[in-house]
Design a binder for this molecule. Structure first.
Ligand code: HEM
Length: 365
């Protein structure tokens, strides 16, 4: 039977009950697996491996090909899609194996995340260890995880269409966005189970609006980055800070209607990502300075400084990725550290949560 996770926390000094802690640790572990999954996804895309498996076989596809005949069958399937004709024509079975393994590992890791999550959920549920009020959210996460597998296939399938050598940028952004949302929900839930009491210092109130705005900017920067990756806008304008000698590149907004530029025009897509990243970076620096000046030493101040440091690291990685014309390892690192930026933003927002007046009143009784 679910127990009441709130009860032990009515005192601000209370530590999470053992069972809440165990659930939190499980959720942290699954969030870490999602993080690795995003990095693997980046490596898969950047090595041109993502379209190598033309089937969606959730159970049968768990094992890699075990015979030469099975390798040849999958290779023959791959040879029917435009990417083979236009990019990899004649690269042979060995070449095919070279792009097969990353896509297979990405899918296998997805299955392992599903197992770790569904298995953990069943285990805690059967033992009555799911904290009260969390059952619905944990089931929703299970459904969204399953949906992410289907969205992944929906994305990959767009790459098989006539004349296409890559997947639809929209579908790539939806797949990336859902991965980030899953990561965020897992992390936030785990943090709340681990630190249920809201103990931000009173001065945190003045930082909260800027922290929310900066987190919003970071999320927009990430989605804009998804479009940079989706239309390979990082292969052009490989200078920083200028783009072809100008701050705002020629050709910005050249398509009509304007909305098309936001997802199709290389100059616009890349400039927007730079602009949003710069605003997010400046905002994170102001936040860190305010935290140093106004917050006492403690979790909230540490979180603000940590967040600013990770944003700066990500900014530098973005510039390095761009000026080196997107080498796979740097692009993968930039994609992986984006998840750390989101994670540190959530840790910061969590540490700044406003105390709930009614709960504070209950605590006084
Ligand atoms: C707060 C700072 C930043 C964040 C959070 C961020 C986030 C992201 C994300 C999430 C992606 C998409 C990865 C994917 O879907 O594969 C991306 C791609 C990219 N970003 Fe950033 N970025 C930041 C700063 C920058 C800066 C300053 C630059 C360069 C001036 C930059 C250049 C790029 C490039 C070239 C790509 C495409 C790489 C590829 O094709 O894999 N980023 N960024």
């Amino acid at each position: 039977m679910p127990f009441d996770a709130q009860a032990p926390y009515l005192s601000t000094a209370a530590a999470p009950a053992g069972r809440s802690r165990a659930v939190a640790i499980w959720l942290f572990a699954v969030a870490a697996m999602v993080w690795i999954m995003v990095a693997l996804g980046g490596a898969t895309r950047l090595t041109g491996s993502g379209l190598s498996i033309m089937e969606w076989a959730p159970f049968r596809g768990t094992l890699p090909p075990m015979s030469e005949a099975e390798w040849n069958r999958l290779y023959d399937l791959y040879r029917t899609i435009p990417q083979y004709e236009l990019v990899n024509r004649g690269f042979g079975l060995e070449g095919f194996k070279g792009i097969f393994w990353l896509e297979w590992s990405h899918r296998l890791w997805g299955r392992l995340i599903g197992l770790a999550y569904a298995g953990g959920l069943a285990w805690f549920w059967l033992r009555g260890a799911i904290p009260r009020g969390y059952g619905g959210r944990l089931l929703l996460l299970l459904a969204l995880g399953g949906l992410q597998g289907a969205v992944g296939w929906f994305m990959v399938a767009s790459g098989f269409e006539a004349d296409r050598t890559a997947v639809s940028p929209w579908r790539l952004v939806i797949h990336l966005g859902l991965a980030l949302f899953l990561f965020a929900m897992l992390l936030w839930t785990a943090l709340t189970l681990m630190r249920p009491h809201r103990d931000a210092p009173p001065a945190a109130a003045r930082l909260r609006p800027l922290a929310h705005a900066t987190a919003g900017l970071v999320v927009l920067t990430m989605l804009a980055g998804g479009f940079v990756a989706g239309i390979r806008a990082g292969l052009d304008y490989n200078t920083f800070p200028l783009m072809a000698g100008r701050i705002v590149p020629e050709g910005y907004g050249a398509l009509s209607p304007f909305a098309r530029n936001l997802v199709e025009n290389v100059a616009t897509v890349q400039f927007n990502h730079r602009l949003l990243a710069t605003l997010a970076g400046l905002s994170a620096l102001v936040l860190a300075a305010l935290a140093l000046a106004r917050l006492p030493a403690g979790a909230a101040r540490g979180a603000a400084l940590g967040f600013a440091a990770v944003v700066m690291l990500q900014y530098g990685l973005g510039v390095a990725t761009l000026v080196n014309v997107v080498p796979a390892w740097l692009g993968t690192l930039h994609q992986a550290v984006a998840v750390a930026v989101l994670g540190s933003a959530l840790v910061l927002l969590h540490s700044l949560r406003a105390p709930r007046p009614e709960r504070a009143a209950r605590q006084m009784e």
